[in-house]
Design a protein around this ligand. Sequence first.
Ligand code: FES
Ligand SMILES: [Fe+2]
Length: 363
Amino acid sequence: MPIFDINPDISRAHTLASDFYTDEEYFEQSKEKIFARSWQFLCTSDEVKNLKPLTILEGFLDEPVLLTKDDENNLHCLSNVCTHRGNVLVENACAENGIRCRYHGRRFALDGKFLSMPEFESVESFPTERDDLPKIPLAVWQNFLFASINPFAPFENFIREMRERLNWFDYDRLKFSAAKDYTVKAHWALYCENYLEGFHVPFVHQSLNRAIDYGSYTTELFPFSSLQTALSESPSSGGLADAETQPLSKPQNPFDKNIASFYFFVFPNLMFNFYPWGLSVNVVKPINPQKTKVSYLKFTSDESKLNQGAGADLEAVELEDEAIVESVQKGIRSRFYSAGRYSPTREQGTHHFHRLIAEFMKL
Ligand code: FES
Ligand SMILES: [Fe+2]
């Protein structure tokens, strides 16, 4: 069976073969085929004064980019590499009003346009567009910035359902409150596919399982994303009112009814977890086929709800997930394991994720 042929019918399908996780060659190919063509989280837009250098997926894609804000307050994402001999231009965030290469003095405007260069008067056919800094597609959603080196599809296609389904969420009140990185000794896709099913919750997460109603846990699939919704186990465990007096079909704020959390996954490596207290963004960053960094960014809107329900102890849940995913990492290397099957009622998200991996890897 060819590795990137995942049957669209979940009841017939086999999971992605273990070679995908163990073979260095697939890991290398996934850089250009999956990650360079998807939308990567950069930072929040209020972090950009005039110039903010960033590396897209450091240690993996390693693409140096420069976020700039021009005089009209337009944001740009530019290559942070000088078009002369390739020096990295800006090393630290600053409020400079232009870009000047410290190697031989080439200057650029904040929109990347070439401005000047000493000792180049007699150079023929110079400057051309090739002397401007290349622009990298940039997208903004709420206060978050994303870039794609070589987009497979417009950002809107990746984000549409999250924007529409969570349009009632009070984004304006979100305040950045904490960042924490976790190193997981496992392949990035094992970490993601674990996130994509609630099947393991009763087995792996005892305390989370007490906060949510596993029976009513749902998964919805969209072209490049998926949404898992967990209801609270009881009105007292989420922060909630009477589900019957205010039907769920037209909620003002679904957390006030009995929804414990919304877990939005945006392919291939972004997790947006909406809780009554705010939003936890998880960025999954591949390091090597056996190692992944997961960055947790916490944005709080209502501190009083921090210790309630499904979003109460994310650290404990994370450590439980890491332990099980690291165990799978060891298992998939076995000579006796190559692939498994899916539960059609509980693993739709994982099946969908494997199909997207296959689609991107085939091209
Ligand atoms: S590398 Fe930038 S001016 Fe020479
Ligand atoms: Fe989990």
